[in-house]
Design a protein around this ligand. Structure first.
Ligand code: CO
Length: 134
């Protein structure tokens, strides 16, 4: 069902410092910060030849990643995003095997303007999973 690894999301406390680590120390191609208030994050995309890293910093008091940063003050891997051809078919297949879709189960428009869903870590080896319709 899943296709390419679209991105690995890493939550960071300081987006400028994290961008510098990827750009200057690792020699990666790093975007300018992009504020996504509807998602409660500011993000920087790190473009790799085979995938992306998304650096996420909380934006606003209600940011869904603020608690993660409180628990992990140095930051850390937050989720993996896999591409799927049909997000509704993928959702229904996963619900049929008992996986928990986070929220109301309806896809939302994600950071790349494509429909996404999140799956509970308890069903996926302790890792939050995002599905994005490619
Ligand atoms: Co993501």
């Amino acid at each position: 069902m899943i296709g390419r690894l679209n991105h690995v999301a890493v939550v960071v406390a300081d987006l400028a410092a994290a961008s510098a680590v990827y750009r200057d120390n690792l020699g990666a191609c790093v975007s300018e910060p992009i504020a996504l208030p509807e998602h409660g994050v500011t993000t920087v995309f790190v473009e790799l030849s085979n995938s992306k890293i998304e650096l996420l910093q909380p934006l606003g008091e209600e940011s869904p990643i603020r608690k993660f940063l409180t628990r992990n003050p140095d930051g850390g891997v937050h989720h993996l995003c896999f591409e799927v051809d049909d997000i509704y078919a993928a959702r229904d297949q996963l619900k049929a095997v008992g996986a928990q879709v986070i929220g109301d189960g309806e896809p939302r428009i994600g950071a790349h303007s494509k429909p996404v869903l999140f799956l509970h870590p308890k069903d996926f080896c302790g890792t939050l999973i995002e599905l994005e319709q490619a």
